[in-house]
Design a protein around this ligand. Structure first.
Ligand code: PLP
Length: 364
């Protein structure tokens, strides 16, 4: 078969070994005679599987017992609404929304329905490159109920690697959709972290939430629908209604895979090696351009351009002929983007770089 690589921003590649395992046991899961997708979410086998998945995830991210791990529906966008609904009790109350790109701004726009949301811009242009100003210069409001930010803007390829240190009294919320499990983070620096699965976790459909248990008391229970209520989810071990069982099961296999290859320290090294290779190729050439300052470059979503739109389009056409797919960036900003999540092997990035050099030779 023609070897293909998928550089999509999500749903993205998943580890081949994981998919092979799922395929092998698809019709007869754990010798039950049934597929995992035909089994009750309340069956013992399924329960043991999801509890084991949580255990591995807790080890990978070093999540203490102070935090709850929840799985729910609705994706990251579902959380854009759940968060203000949960922590805002009157719509004049304030919340701080750090704006660093498309997703953090989308969270802000949704929150405006529920509260007095402050949009705080932290992006600047410095020598033609986009940078994020240091956290200590973020102009937070004293009265705000929480701060929301996005450490990896998937569309713009901008990351915030600094971890929140100084606002210890604030509730700190992070949309980690496209960076969770790609590197080591200190969970204790955050009050609530959430991520849609389809980037680094598993198939689309399930959403992962890690929250400090002492936040539960702040929830506006009168307003939040039970299906979105962290308290209800916690009491019911995320089995309040029927979960997306397949996605949950497969995410568990991905956690196992990640543990087996050496955990987050190891994957962080691999991810740095992959992104360095791409950024070095871009920086060395006069043909390709990336518009993000070095400190804030995403290691997951590498955005770049050729000298013009026509060549960008040709790049997309020609790359597909070599088995390199979905390198077109989001229609909102155009240009090219290589999403290289955990499952993208170094070999795939090497093949892309080889193609980039080849393309530049012909059209540069
Ligand atoms: C993909 C993505 C989203 C949207 O996730 P859904 O699960 O589709 O709602 C939100 N935020 C970030 C940072 C993303 O990368």
């Amino acid at each position: 078969m023609f070897k293909t690589y998928n550089f999509s921003a999500g749903p993205a590649m998943l580890p081949k070994t994981v998919m092979r395992k799922a395929q092998k046991e698809f019709l007869n899961w754990k010798n039950t005679g049934f597929s995992v997708i035909e089994i009750s979410h309340r069956s013992k086998n399924f329960y043991n599987t999801i509890k084991n998945a949580e255990k591995i995830l807790r080890k990978l991210l070093k999540i203490s017992e102070k935090y709850a791990v929840l799985f729910c529906h609705g994706g990251a966008r579902g959380q854009f609404s759940t968060i203000p609904m949960s922590f805002i009790h009157n719509n004049y109350e304030k919340a701080d929304y750090i704006n660093s790109g498309y997703w953090s701004k989308s969270a802000f726009l949704e929150a405006k329905k529920y509260c007095n949301a402050n949009k705080i811009n932290v992006k600047q242009l410095k020598k033609n490159k986009k940078i994020i100003i240091p956290m200590k210069k973020w102009k937070l409001n004293n009265e705000s109920k929480y701060v929301h930010y996005c450490p990896n803007e998937t569309i713009e390829g901008i990351s915030i690697y600094e971890e929140p240190n100084f606002f210890s009294k604030k509730i700190i919320i992070g949309d980690f959709s496209s960076t969770l499990l790609s590197r080591v983070i200190n969970i204790n620096k955050y009050s609530l972290i959430y991520a849609g699965a389809q980037k680094n976790i598993g198939p689309s459909g399930i959403t992962l939430i890690i929250l400090k248990k002492n936040l539960i008391k702040n929830i506006n229970n009168k307003i939040v629908p039970s299906i979105l209520n962290y308290s209800t989810l916690l009491e019911n071990e995320s089995l309040f209604n029927t979960p997306t069982t397949f996605s949950w099961y497969l995410s568990g296999l991905v956690f196992k895979w990640l543990k087996k290859i050496g955990g987050l320290k190891k994957i962080q090294k691999i991810n740095s090696k992959k992104s360095n290779l791409l950024y070095n190729t871009i920086d060395k050439s006069d043909f390709y351009f990336n518009n993000v300052g070095k400190k804030n470059r995403s290691k997951m979503n590498i955005v770049f351009n050729t000298p013009n739109e026509k060549l960008d389009n040709l790049f997309i056409q020609e790359s597909e002929k070599k088995g390199l797919f979905f390198l077109k960036n989001h229609y909102l900003i155009g240009g090219l983007r290589a999403s290289i999540y955990n499952s993208m092997p170094f070999k795939g990035v090497k093949k892309l770089v080889k193609f980039m050099i080849f393309f530049e030779k012909i059209y540069g």
